[in-house]
Every structure is written in C-alpha cells, then in structure tokens.
Design a protein around this ligand. Structure first.
Ligand code: NAD
Length: 318
C-alpha cells in the first residue's frame, strides 16, 4: 500500500486530494495547521484506518514516522485575502516549508509534487500562458509575497531534482473551484455565489472585463494524479482553457441562483490584479493525455448545491 503525505490536507484542494488517494487504496497522512483550512473538510476520513492526521506547521521541521512513497505539498494560504493578511507565513511555507518537505522526501526516497500556480506568470504578457513563459511579477507588489514564494518553491524543487536526483513534479494550477471552497476567501467565485444566494449586490472589481478560466476541482485532481504518476519533471499547467470575463461570469451566477434581489455592483480594481488568465494545456494533453471534462454549467451546479448548504441567508457580510 502506497503511503502518501498531503500537506494542506484540511484545505479546499488538499481535502479533495485526500479523498482521491484514499479511493486509490493508499494510506494517506494529512498534515495541516488550520490557518486557512477547515477540519470539517476531512472529518469524514477520521474513522478510516488508512487515514492519519497531524496538526503541524510545515514551516517548522517535519517528522513523519515510517516509509513515504509520495509527498504532495499543498500547504499555503492561497487566496489574496489570506496571503495579504499573512504575508510572512505565506513566504515561509513556500520557502522553509518546501525545503523541509524536500528534505523529508530525500530522507524517505519519496517522490515530491509541489502545488505551484498560474500566479508565477504574474500579469502575463503572453496569452494564453505556456509553461516556457517566465512571467511578469512585481516582487515588491502586494501579491509578490505569494507569487515569489511560489517561484522560489519551483526553483528549490528543481535544485533538489538536479543536485540530489530527487524525483519531483510541479503542477501550475489555474483558478479552480468546487465544493469546500471557503465562502469568505475573497475570490470572485465564492463571493459571487454567496452574494447571489443572500440577495446582496455582486461585487465586481474594475469594469469586469478582466478574464478568468475556471477549472472544476475533480478535473484538477485527475490532472494532478496523472502528473504524479508520470515521469515528467518540468512544470505542467493544469486548468480549464475556457475563458470568460468576470462580468459575464457574474451574470451566469445571477441567472443560475435566480435571486431577483441581487444586482451587479462595480468597485475599484485592486493593485496588480491580473487582467487575463488562461492556460495553454498542450503539455498536459500530450504528456498526461489530460483535459478538463466537466463543463462550467455542470461544475457551477455542483458548487451551488454546496454553497446553498453553507451560506447563511440571514447573515450579511459587510
Ligand atoms: P486552502 O487555503 O483551502 O488550503 C491550504 C491549506 O494549507 C489550509 O488548510 C491551511 O490551513 C494549510 N496551511 C497553510 N500554511 C500551512 C503551514 N505552514 N503548515 C501546515 N498547513 C498550512 O487553499 P487551496 O485553494 O486548497 O490551495 C491549496 C494549494 O494549491 C496552495 O498551495 C495554493 O497555493 C495552490 N493553488 C490553489 C489554487 C486554487 O485555485 N485553489 C490555484 C493555484 C494554486
């Protein structure tokens, strides 16, 4: 039975990965310090013998007894609201945390996969973004703490591969959505859904002409699983190339939720907000034979069902 360590296990993506690896018959060790995660995301796994949970900050020395076959490093504040509130922890988990886990992988002879991000491309001058593009990041801008931590994470992971021969994999994740996203994480998608459910104004930053490409979580998890089992060591974009403007997306949410009290409202654009986002997934198609299967309509329907169970209609957020 393969033994897998998943950091950030109580988070949105980490919890779905725990589910997937349990389903594949692995022994899963979840690790989290719950700074942005929610233990309820993995509570259903606690009765299982194949699941263990460690409450631990991975920026500190990481010890796991026994053998490990795979390490998936997903711990990190991930939404702008979180990493702007916790800039130092964000930089530490991307740098010290990654270093600690690479050391653990080396000691155990495990394969390590890191969660990188489309944010390594910054505000891109190349569209759609290909893996060979080096990016346009402002290191001292507000978002620099996240973008540069992830860029460092890629660099040190490649160094461990080159200098220590460690087996490494890197996924550059584009905007992903689905059940277990936090309602108040500041990202457009949960904000739009919860505002529409509560009958509040939908907050669009700028004129809404900026684009995003949303990937449903099950598609992402499939891509990550295939990448882990592949022998490809360079970064691979995993995301959905279907691009939509934020304004069009808000209109789709309004229509799907069907609350007549909600209307679009426009607000100033935050600093360094990327104007365009769309993955080129040629590599994922060629190397992993992967492409997204779940349409936005279907993914949004499943996500809305989840948000209806967690959004308190009487509670308004200021
Ligand atoms: P999330 O906030 O839901 O999950 C992150 C988890 O990491 C949380 O449970 C948090 O408590 C935990 N964590 C943070 N710092 C930690 C530390 N020092 N030690 C232990 N645990 C720690 O976010 P998510 O959306 O699930 O993102 C997971 C990973 O995927 C992150 O690395 C993120 O950068 C990356 N990613 C996500 C997206 C996306 O669209 N969701 C896009 C690109 C990259």
């Amino acid at each position: 039975m393969k033994r897998v360590l998943i950091t950030g296990a109580a988070g949105f993506l980490g919890s779905h990965l725990c589910d997937r690896f349990i389903k594949e018959g692995c022994h899963v060790i979840g690790m989290d310090n719950l700074i942005t995660g929610n233990i309820e995301n993995i509570e259903h796994l606690f009765p299982l013998k194949q699941f263990e949970y460690y409450h631990h900050d991975v920026s500190k020395f990481v010890h796991v007894p026994g053998e490990l076959d795979y390490i998936l490093h997903f711990a990190s504040p991930a939404s702008p609201i979180d990493y702007l509130k916790m800039p130092i922890q964000t930089m530490k988990v991307g740098s010290l945390g990654t270093h600690n886990l690479l050391g653990l992988a080396k000691a155990k002879g495990a394969r390590m996969l890191i969660a990188s991000t489309s944010e390594v491309y910054g505000d891109p001058e190349v569209h759609p973004q290909v893996e060979e593009y080096w990016g346009n990041v402002n290191p001292i801008g507000l978002r620099g703490v996240y973008d540069e931590a992830k860029r460092f994470q890629e660099a040190i992971t490649m160094a461990y591969h080159t200098f220590h021969g460690l087996e490494t994999r890197m996924v550059r994740i584009f905007n992903t959505y689905g059940p277990r996203m936090r309602v108040d994480d500041g990202r457009a998608l949960p904000a739009f859904f919860s505002q529409a459910i509560r009958g509040e104004g939908i907050t669009i930053f700028g004129d809404g002409s900026q684009t995003r490409s949303f990937c449903y979580v099950d598609d992402l998890v499939e891509g990550i699983y295939r990448l882990l089992l592949s022998d490809y060591v360079y970064p691979v974009n995993i995301g959905n190339p279907v691009e939509i403007t934020i304004k069009e997306f808000a209109e789709e949410v309004l229509e799907m939720v069907g609350n007549p009290k909600s209307k679009l409202t426009f607000h100033p654009l935050p600093q360094d907000d990327p104007k365009k986002r769309r993955p080129n997934i040629t590599k994922a198609k060629e190397i992993l034979d992967w492409e997204p299967k779940i349409s936005r309509q279907e993914g949004m329907k499943r996500t809305l069902e989840y948000f209806r169970t967690v959004v308190n209609v009487d509670e308004t957020v200021g």
